[in-house]
Design a binder for this molecule. Sequence first.
Ligand code: ATP
Length: 412
Amino acid sequence: AGGAAAPPPRQCVLDPRSELRVEVPPDAPLRVRLVAGTAEIFGTELPPEGWVPIPPRSKIAIFTWHGATLELDGVTESEYHSEETPMVIYVNTHAILDARRARARAAAAQGGDLEASQGPRVIVVGPTDSGKSTLCKMLLSWAAKLGWKPTYVDLDIGQGSITIPGCISATPIEKPIDIVDGIPLEMPLVYFYGHPTPSINADVYKVLMKELAKTLERQFSGNAESRAAGMVINTMGWVEGLGYEEKLWKMLKDAVQSKPNIDVVKLQKSEGVVLRNSKYRQKTRSFRIKEYFYGIANDLAPHSNIVNFSDVSVYRIGGGHQAPRSALPIGAEPVADPTRLVAVNISTDMIHTVLAISYAKEPDEIISSNVAGFIHVTDVDIQRKKLTYIAPCPGDLPSRLLIASSLTWYEA
Ligand code: ATP
């Protein structure tokens, strides 16, 4: 890929409570190795020996509590030390959560009620690029290291870390998050919104959030272990600009004033958090979609398949289209139902878009159902009435009900 030749492997010594911040380029590999001491990447410890490949485009910090010597091999876009991190504050937060989990577990063992046996539910809010996802990862990995199985809930439809963009999802975290593979994807609970920003149809976003909450609540009521471990919930940047930080905090504090079991805690942002502009975000979204089909290391081969138009039904949630005046009783004003289900004709407009496969049995269950996975439309033949798509797994679609989206991805 041109560019400068890779520098030779180099050692780097980290003092206690300091970190090495590294940005990995998109097209050149980097690997790190622990030579001495202990170190972690966002809450997950580096193995005592062996090289760890750092995925392309990652922006990471290798932090050490007690000091470490590292070896780096490969190219970095930037690479610098910092002694100033909010890690002590973060780990103290973890310790408080851990005590609450233990309390919940003890209450459950003594036959306590649902409230007492409920572990902490943490929601991380703040502007974009304040390090929310990173803090979530740390809290989850530290908890998992102690044997808890907390649930990660990702409400970020723009830069979510569980599955492709446009989704809200939840998944249990049973071991510290893998540095290479990221959040485990065995059994995520995924609801499909289909757009990278909530403003397109905020009502649908809210409905899906309620459905996800309902399903999780049901799962927790039958599983004392995950109930006690609680949840860590990641959100989108709810406010614009750092100037609003104080305001957000005050607003939340006021909002929960009368609720004794909710604490609002203001945490410091790490200076290491990398700012990402909208072009970068758009690119990342595109990569996330590609990764879904081709694997993080481009090591999976998606399967191409063809279906007849008549074999599938495609719907869009929330057309935003109003009923025609002529269809309404005289005098009635047309009202748009933002969560209405609209049947979509398959057309060449769908080429390059992502469709979700719904678990719904009937169309009217689509909005309240989670999704099994995604397909990417590669061709639409109107004459023969055939749609060609790629999917990560071979075989027939698990359901004929599909959900359209505004998410696109262009094969390079
Ligand atoms: P958004 O709301 O836009 O999704 P966010 O608040 O969740 O953003 P993160 O995704 O946590 O922000 O952080 C932004 C980027 O900065 C990520 O690529 C993350 O890996 C990187 N990052 C976070 N903390 C550090 C650090 N201490 N050193 C280096 N990079 C970091």
